[in-house]
Write a protein that binds this ligand. Sequence first.
Ligand SMILES: C[S@@+](CC[C@H](N)C(=O)[O-])C[C@H]1O[C@@H](n2cnc3c(N)ncnc32)[C@H](O)[C@@H]1O
Length: 200
Amino acid sequence: MSGIIIGKDREHRSISNAGLFFRRWLANPLQMGSIIPSSPTFCRLIAERVERDPHEVVVELGAGTGVVSRALLAAGIPADKLLLVEIVPDMAEHLRRMLPGVRVVCGDAFELPKVLAEAGNPPVGDVVCGIPLVMLPAEQQRRIVSAMLEASPRRGFLHLSYCITSPLPKRRLGLTGGRLAYTWRNFPPGGVWRYAPARS
Ligand SMILES: C[S@@+](CC[C@H](N)C(=O)[O-])C[C@H]1O[C@@H](n2cnc3c(N)ncnc32)[C@H](O)[C@@H]1O
């Protein structure tokens, strides 16, 4: 059992490219939101919360160097059912190299409807958002939240965040939801949140 975990952690290190991540944080700390990639424990917690039917794709926004993506694959999501969106070209290139068979779009998550249209509008099971939404102005939060809800109206979306309280203003954005999991074994400690449209 521990051998399996050590093996997975080694795989995690090989994909995480902490140097690239840190350089991007120096270049644009608000866009990165963290100085290092998510830990193996945090990635597993996220992957365990993802929901999808077999024909549905999982969309990950802000895939970074791919540590969460790798955990999603390890949790059983087929490579051709994973769609990654990452705004930094060097990171998108790294993702393509490290995760063969996974569709990687180098682009802005705000363009999610266009990204999905170009992918043939596949049915979406879950959206996993790693973008630091708490750093965004209210209007941008509203835009990205409505794009994610449009993509996955039934389940809503998962969000990884270091906030203790909700990283999104639920009432203002018409959302319901809360924290599903939390770990101290990440720097900074992190939580997995699920949000869905509030029923009126
Ligand atoms: C906190 S990092 C998370 C990276 C990775 N998911 C992890 O957990 O280690 C946030 C990522 O979101 C990306 N990002 C920020 N704004 C974005 C946007 N508008 N569209 C796509 N990616 C974005 C950043 O480049 C960065 O890779």
